[in-house]
Design a protein around this ligand. Sequence first.
Ligand SMILES: *Cc1c(COP(=O)(O)O)cnc(C)c1O
Length: 382
Amino acid sequence: MNRPRIFLSLAHMGGEEQNYIREAFDTNWVAPLGPHVTAFEQALSDYLGENRPVVALASGTAAIHLALILLDVGQGDEVICQSFTFVATANPIRYLGAQPVFVDSERDTWNMDPDLLQQAIEDRIRITGKRPKAIIPVHLYGMPARVDAIMQIADQYGIPVLEDAAEALGSSYRGRKCGTFGRFACLSFNGNKVITTSGGGALVCPDMETAEKALFYATQARDKAPHYQHSEIGYNYRLSNICAGIGRGQMKVLDNHVERRREINRMYRKELSDLPGITFLEEPSTDFRSNHWLTCLQIDPEQAGFTREELRLALEQENIETRPLWKPMHLQPLYAEAPFYGNGTSEALFAKGLCLPSSSILTDEDVCRVRDAFTAVSNKWK
Ligand SMILES: *Cc1c(COP(=O)(O)O)cnc(C)c1O
């Protein structure tokens, strides 16, 4: 049994990336600025629509950090953050000495529950006497959050929204791309995301003036002077011209990647949703279009006859990589002290949920191998 390993989510090159890299070498633009960076930013902005300037950065985490700086988050402030997410969503709040306030998910999208959001805002205002500085909903696993309801509440209280769209490039809500609803949005091009620059991210900004400020902080906050002069703290967060070249190549295949991930999701659901005790994360209505970055499901052990962990280990035996859903932030030792407004949803998801291999590079045969291994577990424990 030494069948090749099927990974959760792999980089998937389109072919043009190396031409752009070669061009960068040939012109000696081997630097954290250059023509590829500008062109990649323009391609992202065009793709998202809505005329939002985009600043290419070294990571999605850097984008969240800069957005919070531009939202004037600092010591003594609170920021509301979806609990069910990857830790990179929350950590930049702490970089700035602010306090995250975690909000649980709702059952359909697995993203921020609007009712709990409202409750949390009211409660924080009552306790601290001031409004939270920002709200960070996440489009987790590519599934758009309940954008309308969240934006309405945010507007009602005058609190800006930073969308974490790191997993949701290519997803849309009511025909509009994720990453264009909040004042800011972050994107990620880490190695396992829908497209990759080998490592990188971007900040989607509301206007040019803000984008220029983001760029200023991303390049060491240098004052306008011929010598190096600094009045503020800055960061070294710019994306390199080489990485942006990879990004330009990836933009040409982004829609294909999204279509393939959606197709893989359809295959899994068709083949596996009839098994007892298995429920997939599905688009709640036609308003929601997920890139299905990862196909996710929940296992009810009573009905299925096996637990999430038993399934994961059985698939691992077949050299198939799967992963439990994200462990919510309010359950992390790091954030044990942070306020949390919950309803049990993300805890249940963490206990029962699993991500299946979803790379756009997977072949139909790979998907069938996962299906067969999965079905075998179901039959064995029935
Ligand atoms: C990947 C990811 C990030 C961070 O992006 P990096 O580019 O890895 O820094 C942030 N939030 C979520 C939900 C992510 O999945």
